[in-house]
Design a binder for this molecule. Structure first.
Ligand SMILES: [Ca+2]
Ligand SMILES: [Ca+2]
Length: 396
């Protein structure tokens, strides 16, 4: 398997992609321990000024308005439950984490959400294949990078691909995730770990190598949307309050694994005691209190919110996150929030399966442990129905 950024033969294009990908690798590392500092020479970053802002000046925010209407708790009777989704009853919860090792996950604050439906599982290869078949959609990882975006890279070096977890041969320092991540030309959702791998026989595995735009395109086609970060966290907690893990206070309740995570020494000696060295078919572990599977581990999941470290609490009712992205680790990279951790998380490295913990990733970077799931609100459903009605009206 190629190891672009480590190989002397690595093209500058590959290095550029690896650089871009460090944004996303930040999610692995930032959460996983201290933030990863930019490596020497990793100076060139594609700026996305439209949605990236400098850090905001410290100022005392206005107290957010207290919600006056009670949240929507029950699903509307007139709208049937969408297939494959469960109703998440609205409510109020404490969002975030006050763990000092997860400095970007605070402050803990009260959020009120209206109820919504959420996919029971991560979007699977079979589901994504149906979308591609119906629309002809080509994912970001399958497209040749636009030379306009990489003016300093020879066009022949601009090859499509994605980042693949590549375990090193022996014990390594956990300081630099680029040791175990490789930019692999030809890696995409059909070939998650490179051209020699496939998803044949893996219909029920989560789709991976999905950039944020890919996830949004699928969601629109499915008549759904990506969850807000608040919706994702509330749903992941499954109604539990202040437990150590999403599923309770014991990592292995009754001796059973509750999520697909990493056992053994990270990243070179995986023990796969939970039965899965990499991704697992969706729904292999017990559902949470809302009936959702794999909200901890298996694959990371995109949210709709822009990433900024910490919460700016400007809205407490159905918050949609900040209006722009800023990551002090990589200023200039547009990043969205990712949640839940993956099969690579353990107590040694990346414990991002913990309640309230956050991840982040460059919107244009796919990885072999990154997927998504969708949500749908009654109002989304009604608006869709209204649009369809207007479209079908004889007056139009
Ligand atoms: Ca595992
Ligand atoms: Ca997951």
């Amino acid at each position: 398997m190629p190891r672009s950024q480590d190989s002397p033969e690595a093209s500058s294009a590959h290095r550029r992609f690896a650089i871009s990908a460090t944004a996303l690798l930040g999610l692995i590392a930032a959460g996983c321990q201290a933030d990863v500092p930019p490596s020497p020479g990793e100076a060139v970053v594609e700026a996305k000024p439209a949605r990236v802002e400098a850090p905001r000046a410290a100022q005392k925010p206005e107290p957010p308005p207290t919600p006056t209407e009670p949240p929507i708790v029950q699903p509307p009777k007139e709208i049937p439950a969408p297939e494959g989704m469960v109703w998440i009853p609205g409510g109020t919860f404490l969002m975030g984490a006050d763990d000092t090792s997860m400095a970007d996950a605070g402050p803990v604050h009260e959020v009120t959400l209206d109820g919504f439906w959420m996919d029971k599982t991560e979007v699977t290869n079979a589901q994504f294949a149906a979308f591609v078949k119906a629309t002809g959609y080509v994912t970001v990882a399958e497209r040749r990078p636009d030379p306009k975006d990489f003016p300093n890279v020879p066009p022949e070096d601009l090859v499509p691909g994605g980042l693949v977890f590549t375990p090193p041969a022996g014990e390594v320092s956990l300081e630099n995730p680029l040791i175990w991540w490789s930019y692999v030309p030809g890696a995409n959702w059909r070939h998650p770990e490179g051209p020699r791998t496939s998803i044949e026989g893996k219909d029920q595995y989560p789709v991976v190598q999905i950039c944020w735009d890919d996830a949004v395109a699928y969601a629109r086609w499915a008549g759904k949307r990506l969850p807000t970060e608040a919706e994702w966290e509330y749903a992941a907690r499954g109604g539990k309050v202040r437990t150590r893990f999403l599923w309770g206070d014991e990592f292995r309740p009754g001796g059973n694994f509750a999520a697909n995570t990493w056992q053994g020494r990270f990243p070179d000696r995986g023990a796969a005691e939970d039965g899965f060295a990499t991704t697992s078919p969706v729904g292999q572990f017990q559902a949470n209190g809302f009936g959702l599977f794999d909200m901890a581990g298996n694959v990371w999941e995109w949210c709709s919110d822009w990433y900024r470290p910490g919460y700016e609490i400007r809205e407490t009712r159905n918050p949609t996150g900040p209006s722009s992205s800023f990551d002090p680790d990589e200023p200039g990279q547009a990043k969205r929030v990712q949640r839940g951790g993956s099969f690579l998380c353990s107590d040694q490295y990346c414990s991002r399966y913990l309640p309230g913990s956050r991840g982040k990733g460059a919107v244009d970077t796919g990885l072999s442990h990154l997927g998504f799931r969708c949500v749908l609100s009654p109002r989304d459903s009604r608006e869709k129905g209204t649009r369809a009605q207007a479209k079908n009206s004889p007056a139009n």
